[in-house]
Ligand binder design. Structure first.
Ligand SMILES: *Cc1c(COP(=O)(O)O)cnc(C)c1O
Length: 422
């Protein structure tokens, strides 16, 4: 069995042969690699090739694939039933655990994806403020709910999709956009729509246009503006939550959000998301309040035990975050050294276990500067590394995610492969 044959077959039964667009390798070209299994830091494809993994399933595999405590817990709980449609103690323990780790979370509701989390948080912000419009940033991705599919980062940028068929003008007219890191533009937008804006939603460290760090004062500026104008600040921590720190970007960067959304790490690879925040706001959610939100599989026991087990490990062993930080630093310094020696113009953005490399002479601080980089060169880098058994995200508009199973040697091999790349 080869990936090429499977991809041919897949396209006869699945749109584009994949169940999520970026997997199709459209941005970098070539045939997607079909995976068979993974363990620790390594992926194994259907042809028996082994790869060092820098995607970590786009984040969840923060301690590596098939992490033994998670696998065992799933095995045990699967025997009790895969779903009840009734509450369980496990959901209570999961909510208590998240509250003990994340700042500003009095109440938390579990859902089944990051998309659902962000969609629900926005609905709640609208219900709470009685306002319709909201601000998002160009290049930030908050899932594929209609309201968010405006200038929405990696997936859409990869396919050069500007306006999305199927999203009505009525919906997208309530979505206001600004360049990331441009606080002056946000202030102008707010001034132009007095009393109309329910919320500002932001990736506190952006990961869907490459890895882009918030400029000093940017998130604090949003916080101040929200306080002044009665808007809610929503941190989309689907990527950063439980990754940048046990308490996510809120803790790592010291800025408080009114509502927070989670996904990815929170489910340890199972379909899980969550949204939470202050009691006064979360009390608007049904069945206490009138903002309706529900899910047949929300709080699913297998998903809960997987996430609960992983988060418990992260909570009891904060040294994991120091180790991830050190891996990020080692990779960044290694790549810097070889690209500098090669005389390449490049930018590396990194915070903790999120990192991206851009072939650019300018700092990469927002979507426009990420798009202006030499992304054809990134595609060549992607394929050069793939041939060396190193699996990067298949788009220049994605962050790489480090997992704690990566060894120094894995990263040294990665740096060496980049040195050989021309
Ligand atoms: C992945 C992602 C989402 C969407 O999560 P899904 O589980 O894919 O629906 C939302 N926001 C951010 C920041 C993400 O990275």
């Amino acid at each position: 069995m080869t990936s090429a044959a499977l991809f041919e077959r897949a396209q006869l039964s699945i749109p584009g042969g994949v169940n999520s667009p970026v997997r199709a390798f459209k941005s970098v070209g070539g045939t997607p690699v079909f995976m068979q299994k993974a363990k620790g830091a390594y992926l194994y494809d259907v042809e028996g090739n082994k790869y060092i993994d820098y995607i970590a399933s786009w984040g969840p595999m923060i301690l590596g694939h098939a992490y033994e405590p998670v696998v065992e817990a799933i095995r045990e709980y699967a025997g009790y039933s895969t779903s009840y449609g009734a509450p369980t103690e496990l959901e209570v323990k999961m909510a208590e655990l998240i509250k003990s780790m994340a700042p500003n979370v009095d109440l938390i509701r579990m859902v089944s994806s990051g998309t659902e989390a962000c969609m629900s948080a926005l609905r709640l912000a609208r219900g709470y403020t009685g306002r319709n419009k909201f601000i998002k940033f160009e290049g930030c991705y908050h899932g594929h709910a209609d309201s968010f599919l405006v200038k929405a980062g990696s997936g859409l940028a990869t396919f050069d999709i500007q306006t999305v068929p199927g999203v009505t003008g009525g919906v997208s007219n309530d979505t206001l956009t600004c360049a990331y890191n441009d606080i002056a533009a946000v202030e102008q937008l707010v001034a132009a729509h007095p009393g109309e804006i329910a919320a500002i939603i932001v990736e506190p460290v952006a990961g869907n246009m490459g890895c882009i760090l918030p400029a000093s004062g940017f998130l604090e500026g949003l916080r101040g503006l929200c306080d002044r104008e009665g808007m809610l600040l929503i941190f989309d921590e689907v990527m950063t939550g439980f990754r940048l720190a046990p308490g996510g970007a809120q803790q790592r960067l010291g800025v408080n959000a009114d509502l927070v959304t989670y996904g990815k790490v929170i489910g340890a690879g199972m379909p899980v998301g969550a949204f939470g925040g202050k009691k006064a706001i979360m009390d608007m959610v049904a069945p206490v309040g009138k903002v309706y939100q529900a899910g047949t599989l929300s709080g699913n026991p297998i998903a809960m035990i997987a996430g609960y087990t992983l988060l418990t490990e992260l909570k009891k062993n904060p040294a994991i975050y120091e180790a991830l930080e050190e891996k990020g630093r080692q990779l960044k310094e290694g790549i810097k050294t070889v690209l500098k020696a090669a005389g390449e113009p490049f930018v590396i953005n990194q915070l903790g276990s999120m990192i991206s490399v851009h072939f650019s002479e300018q700092p990469v601080t927002d979507f426009a500067s990420a798009a202006a980089a030499d992304n054809a060169k990134f595609s060549r880098l992607f394929h050069a590394l793939l041939a060396e058994g190193i699996y990067l995200p298949p788009s220049a508009f994605e962050s790489w995610f480090l997992n704690n199973a990566l060894s120094s040697d894995d990263m040294a091999r990665t740096v060496e492969a980049i040195r050989k790349f021309r």
